[in-house]
Ligand binder design. Structure first.
Ligand code: C5P
Length: 409
């Protein structure tokens, strides 16, 4: 069955107040507004006067769909309490880029323009993404202000080290818009997995036949990476043991790259003693070639090979079953991708591997697609979930897991 691809709306229902101050990095925030809107957030932008010299308010108005708050003295603004009204409906305020001057202003609690007034009048959490020349950043005055803001409960995001617009290289670059998006999503995610240490396997394995060829499968790793991201955003410490895939490591996740099932097993066993949860999302090859040729196999290697060739295989270790049978096993979650008889096969697998929870899907519903439809199987029976974008499904699975961990503790 083919399913339509809907973008994830993981920030639906959230309102972000983005404060833009005077720095060249302001241009990156145009992209940030677009990303936030795409994720379903309602975005209202406030700018300092200096910021409007770098990017016009019209740009942010067009991207956000709201008038931009710049002027504290605008008589057209409702009852004149615009600064209060704006922040009361906001889930998170982000100042990006935050200039050295604006950091100083916030640290002192000054309110001499609309944006600094919004910062002071807000009743929502505040995060800032500093952006400035490396000397300005390392100046003791700026560092003092940053320490003060941290102490006041403000989240400081970045800055990154790298090439700067002024031509110098050092610490002071604003984080990229996609990194800010990740931090915003994490800041708005309840920490229902705080204190959990999760080891996961994801992606396919690759079992070499010779230096060029091997046996693998069509697992893209998308579901596993979406889950690792969601687990980390929910406050878990995540170690990802990853087969060969094409995904960037989610923010805050520790990643170990492996190729074969044997390497995957070894990496998992080295990490598992400390884990509270193990999630086997990887499509681990059940078999590997009995012999791996040191050199590329040639067509002419044998007479018979010209007609047909027999490949002798041997079984791979079952990582999930081995972890589940450890004396002090963590809470183990398995996956079952089946092409038919899902209920029967998934439940049989759960019982055979002795898992409290297995997540099953029909391959036609999930393999290599952006959306997935899964059913959860546990001691209480089967629990089908609706078709969801893998990003949204990962969030739903976080809640399902957190609920079961609470019940099991
Ligand atoms: O036995 P089967 O491969 O169908 O089971 C799938 C589940 O077991 C998945 O969670 C997968 O990650 C895990 N598994 C494993 N090691 C294997 C085979 C599967 O950890 N060798």
């Amino acid at each position: 069955m083919s399913v339509s691809v809907q973008p994830s709306t993981e920030l639906a229902g959230k309102r972000i107040l983005l404060g833009v101050t005077g720095g060249i990095a302001a241009y990156k925030c145009a992209e940030l507004v677009r990303l936030l809107k795409k994720a379903g957030a309602d975005v209202v932008v406030g700018m300092t006067d200096a910021a409007t010299r770098f990017v016009t308010p019209l740009t942010f108005q067009a991207l956000s769909g709201h008038p931009v708050a710049v002027d504290a003295w605008n008589p057209d603004q409702g009852n004149g309490m615009h600064h209060i009204d704006l922040t009361r409906t906001t889930d998170l305020m982000v100042v990006a880029p935050a200039s050295a001057d604006f950091l100083a202003k916030m640290a002192q609690g000054r309110a001499d323009d609309l944006l600094s007034t919004l910062v002071l009048a807000r009743d929502c959490p505040l995060a800032v993404a500093p952006a400035m020349n490396r000397q300005m950043w390392s100046n003791p005055a700026t560092q003092r202000n940053v320490t003060q803001l941290r102490g006041d409960g403000v989240a400081i995001w970045g800055p990154a080290v790298g090439e700067q617009a002024c031509g110098e290289t050092g610490e002071g670059r604003m984080l990229e818009s996609c990194e800010l998006l990740e931090l915003i999503v994490a800041a708005l995610t309840p920490k229902v997995l705080a204190g959990q240490r999760i080891v996961m396997t994801v992606g396919p394995t690759f079992e070499p036949l010779d230096p060029v060829r091997g046996i693998t499968n069509r697992s893209s790793g998308q579901m596993g990476y979406a889950m690792a991201r969601a687990f980390a955003q929910a406050g878990a410490e995540v170690t990802l043991v990853s087969g060969p895939v094409n995904f960037a490591t989610p923010m805050g996740v520790r990643r170990m790259d492996v190729l074969t099932a044997a390497e995957m097993r070894q990496a998992v066993m080295a990490e598992i003693a400390n884990a509270t949860v193990f999630v086997g999302v990887a499509a681990v090859a059940d078999y590997r070639p009995l012999e791996v040729s040191e050199h590329k196999l040639k067509k002419t290697d044998s007479e018979a090979a010209q007609q047909s060739r027999t490949l002798e295989l041997t079984t791979n270790p079952d990582i999930l079953a081995e972890v589940a049978s450890l004396p002090a096993a963590p809470y183990c979650v398995g996956f079952a991708a089946e092409s038919q008889n899902l209920d029967e096969y998934a439940e049989a697998k759960r019982l055979r591997k002795r898992l409290p929870l297995i997540i099953g899907n029909l391959v036609a519903d999930g393999l290599g697609t952006t959306e997935n439809r899964v059913t959860l199987y546990d001691d209480a029976g089967s629990h089908p979930l609706p078709i969801l974008h893998k990003v949204d499904l990962a969030k739903r699975l976080v809640d399902e897991l957190a609920r079961r961990l609470d019940a099991a503790s």
